[in-house]
Ligand binder design. Structure first.
Ligand code: GDR
Length: 344
């Protein structure tokens, strides 16, 4: 029997990769997208699956609408990837972030509890919940201390998932995913901002790449591999919580250096704080600068995850390291800029 999966946020990076994976496995894939996302399914198009995913409007704020969708499609698996996912914006729109990333999760779980309790649920939780980290590396048992309205909202989403599992016996799992990137990443996130800007600089379309805190450290993996982990979580007999991460951490500055290398730059760093610059040794030009407008009111300085539980119980392991990731993203953006087919 063909299984049906409902994916919210299907037009995003993870939604596109997960849709492709599930289609490959023979699922019927229903892609929930916001009404305003109709014109931006370019990630699905980029993977050649825009005609294969059945798209439907999905709004996390509308309870009755969620009930109707659950009743109409009766999915076997429900992946909740939709969110206000940009940490930086969450200080500008904290209430919207809470309604979407926190209460929105409860709306879906309430619907499942009443009309589809057998459906398996995946909640997209995040390393941002660790925030001001209490131990290194972070595991499923590390205490949380979110540092942004986004992290706080996601923490509610995580705990309400755990709570509905324990209260109503729902098969609801929470994937605590560390940063995961790809050529399909949106440009508001730092890795893609870097690879697109450096590609533009390399082709003479832009002078500098302006960044915020370059000393922040992140555990960056390849998104395509992380969606496989999501699927594996829902194939377990028991629902549970899992960290997906690579287990190594690097600064934003390191990522700039590696992406730069892939595009032929050799960047030397000079100065400190707001005065730090990255100079290309080959041309002598300053190509990276700090712009304090990209600083955050509260920063998560370092994240590094321990994926041991996922490895042991799910047989999941990351394969692409951060240098390989920077290279893949830089080359993809270079080609896009060259052909004039950039997407954001
Ligand atoms: P993050 O990703 O906040 O970790 O959340 P992002 O790429 O936005 O930031 C990573 C780090 O880079 C620093 N930084 C900048 N960030 C952006 N966006 N733009 C800049 O110019 C810049 N300069 C420095 C940031 O301060 C930060 O320290 C991502 C999102 O995908 C979340 O939805 C997800 O939950 C987590 O990853 C895991």
């Amino acid at each position: 029997m063909t299984k049906t999966a409902f994916i919210t946020g299907a037009s995003g990076q993870d939604g596109a990769y997960l849709s492709a994976l599930l289609l490959e496995k023979g699922y019927r894939v229903i892609g929930g997208i916001r009404r305003t996302s109709t014109g931006i399914i370019h990630r699905l198009a980029e993977l050649g699956i825009d005609k294969d995913v059945e798209l439907t409007t999905f709004e996390l704020g509308e309870f009755q609408h969620i009930l109707r969708l659950l009743d109409k499609y009766k999915p076997d698996e429900f992946y909740n990837l939709a969110a206000q996912s940009f940490v930086g914006s969450s200080w500008d729109v904290p209430l919207y972030t809470a309604d979407t990333d926190a209460v929105g999760v409860c709306r879906i779980l309430e619907g499942m509890r009443d009309i589809l309790p057998e459906c398996r649920y995946y909640q997209a939780s995040t390393s941002e919940m660790f925030g001001h980290v209490r131990e290194i590396p972070q595991t499923e048992d590390t205490p949380f201390y979110p540092r942004s309205p986004y992290g706080v909202a996601k923490l509610y989403g995580h705990w309400i998932t755990v709570n509905y599992r324990e209260s109503f016996n729902l098969h609801a799992s929470s994937g605590i995913l560390f940063n995961h990137e790809s050529p399909l990443r949106g440009v508001e996130f730092v890795t893609r901002k870097i690879t697109l800007a450096l590609s533009n600089i390399a082709q003479g379309n832009q002078e500098t790449l302006d960044l915020g805190n370059m000393s922040a450290k992140r555990d960056w993996g390849f998104a395509k591999e992380y969606v496989e982990g999501m699927w594996r979580m829902l194939q377990q007999d028991e629902a549970d919580d899992y960290v997906l991460a690579t287990g190594s951490t690097h600064t934003v500055r390191d990522f700039v250096g590696w992406a730069g290398e892939s595009l032929g730059f050799d960047i030397a760093w000079e100065g400190e704080g707001e005065n730090e610059v990255g100079i290309d040794r080959k041309s002598g030009k300053t190509i990276v600068r700090v712009d304090p407008q990209f600083y955050r009111p509260a920063e998560v300085e370092i994240l590094i995850g321990d994926p041991a539980k996922a490895k042991k119980q799910l047989g999941w392991e990351p394969k692409t390291d951060v240098r390989g990731l920077a290279d893949m993203m830089a080359k993809a953006d270079y080609d896009r800029v060259k052909s004039g087919r950039v997407f954001f």
